[in-house]
Design a protein around this ligand. Sequence first.
Ligand SMILES: Cc1cc2nc3c(=O)[nH]c(=O)nc-3n(C[C@H](O)[C@H](O)[C@H](O)COP(=O)(O)O)c2cc1C
Length: 214
Amino acid sequence: MSDVQGHFGSAFVAEFDELLRWRRDVRHFRTDPVDDAVVADILRSAELSPSVGNSQPWRWVDVRSAAPRAVVKQTFARCNADALQGYRGERAQKYLSLKLAGLDQAPIHLAVFCEGGTAQGHGLGRQTMPETLAYSVVTAVGSLWLAARARGVGVGWISIMEPDDVCAALDVPDDWLLVAYLCLGYPVEETSTPELEREGWQARTDPRARYLVR
Ligand SMILES: Cc1cc2nc3c(=O)[nH]c(=O)nc-3n(C[C@H](O)[C@H](O)[C@H](O)COP(=O)(O)O)c2cc1C
C-alpha cells in the first residue's frame, strides 16, 4: 500500500523528486544524435503542460539548417561579448571563463515561441494578465526539460541572444515571441549540482529566504 494519496505511489514520488534534483542546465553535450522518436516523445510530454485558457500557445521550431544556426551562433557571440562589458575585475574574468551555451556540440536546437495572436482559449485569463500567454510557454519548457532529463537527454537554455535576429533567421510570423532557445543532446556528464555553482559564479541559496506566510 502506498503511503502517498492519489494516483502515484511513494516510490514514484521519490523518483520524481530525484528527477527534479538531477535536472540540469547542460552546456557540455556529446555530439552523437538523439533519435527523432525520443525527441518526439519529449515534445509529446511537453504538450501536456498547462496553459492559460487551454490556449497551448507554444510553437516549436526544430532548427536544423546551417544558415539559421550560424545566425544564432553569431548573435550569441556578440551578445556574450556585450554582456562581458558589464562586469569588472574578478567577476569579468570569471564570466569570461564560463561556458554559457553548447551551440556547437548540441545535435538539436529548438527555438520555442509564443504565438501572441492565437485565438485558442478565447482570451480566457488573458484579459487581466496578458503575460500569462508567455508564462504558459515557460511551463511547457519546464515540462520539456524534465521529460528530456527523464530520458537521459540534457537541455540547455540560452537567453544571451537578440530575439529579433533569431525571429528573422527563422522567418517566423510577426506575432511570435521568442521565449527560449534550447540546445538538446546527451550530456557529457551527469551531476546534481548546477554548473554555475560548480564554477563559483552563483550557488543556490537558502529556500527559507524566499518563503513568506501572510
Ligand atoms: C530563463 C532562463 C534563461 C537561461 N539562460 C542561460 C544562458 O543564456 N546561458 C546559460 O549558460 N545558462 C542559462 N540558463 C541556465 C541557468 O544558468 C541555470 O538554470 C541555473 O544556473 C541553475 O542551474 P540548473 O538549471 O542546472 O539548476 C538559463 C535558465 C533560465 C531558466
